[in-house]
Ligand binder design. Structure first.
Ligand code: 6GU
Length: 269
């Protein structure tokens, strides 16, 4: 996989990616990273890359031409028009399946905006994918590009070693990962669950699967829609949801009663 990043902050990308697992994969030649400074393609007196928006409004916009020329330099280098991901809160929200799909490409270009965004005309000409990493605002596209490259990298064959490999992991089958424990056997008076010490592999697998389901129901019930479960497991989910609802009702009731108590006390003062 060859990553190309169009950015005003190439060092930020290089520093982030040359570390840890992605850094190792770049050294091994499984990945390559080409961080292109858009400013190098601003052929004017002060290498200016931004200007005021027509029609007024806050902030500056990145101009079309330097972005276009930096992209063209990549097209020339690789000899074809690759997919171009523009990082924007207006894009589709990134997810694991997208990471897997993008990992099939030979080259990927990430376009990082700054200031208030980029002149629409160059986006229309070069961008193939508009992607957001979630519903919050960031100052630029560099961190989102690195988030995407990190998760795409681990889907590239050979990037993870056997130990790191991604079969039993969060989101496998759209279930969250089960809790894990290492030495010591007891810590802060908390013991490792008995079943994990039993050496009984079938029981351990069963317990872990159950824990994954419990975690998903309690922490990310939205994922269940796409989860791959047996009929028996769906029944278990139904039972868990019912139990949770009853428990929640109790706490809600308790809380509302204690809220009323404090409210009353405050008024008496
Ligand atoms: Cl992809 N870019 C920016 N600038 N902000 C974001 C984002 C992307 N995703 C969430 N917030």
């Amino acid at each position: 996989m060859n990553f190309h990043v169009l950015t005003l902050f190439p060092e930020m990308i290089e520093n982030g990616m040359n570390t840890s697992i992605t850094g190792r994969a770049i050294e091994n030649g499984l990945l390559s990273l080409n961080a292109v400074n858009i400013r190098d393609f601003a052929f004017n007196k002060h290498s200016k890359v931004d200007d005021y928006p027509y029609g007024g409004g806050a902030g500056m916009l990145m101009q079309a031409e330097p972005v276009y020329l930096s992209f063209e330099s990549i097209v020339e280098k690789i000899g074809y028009k690759p997919r171009v991901v523009y990082l924007t809160p207006q894009g589709s929200v990134f997810h694991q399946e997208m990471a897997k799909e993008l990992a099939q490409e030979k080259d990927l270009v990430f376009l990082c905006g700054h200031y208030e965004g980029i002149d629409e005309r160059v986006l229309e000409e070069i961008v193939t994918d508009y992607v957001s990493i979630g519903d919050y605002v960031l100052t630029g596209g560099e961190l989102p590009a690195m988030v995407m490259m990190d998760s795409i990298s681990r889907m590239v064959p050979g990037v993870l070693n056997n130990q790191e490999s991604g079969e039993t992991e969060s989101f496998a089958g759209n279930l969250l990962e089960y809790p894990q424990y290492s030495r010591p056997e007891e810590w802060h008076e908390k013991k490792v669950p008995e079943v994990l010490m039993s050496g009984h592999h079938a029981n351990i697998a069963k317990w872990r699967r159950e824990q994954s389901i419990i975690r998903t129901v309690t922490r990310r019930p939205d994922l269940l829609k796409k989860a791959e479960l047996t009929n028996k497991e769906w029944n278990y989910v139904r039972q868990l949801k019912k139990e949770l609802k009853e428990k929640n009702n109790e706490t809600v009731n308790d809380k509302s009663i204690s809220d009323i108590d404090t409210e009353q006390k405050n008024r008496r003062k």
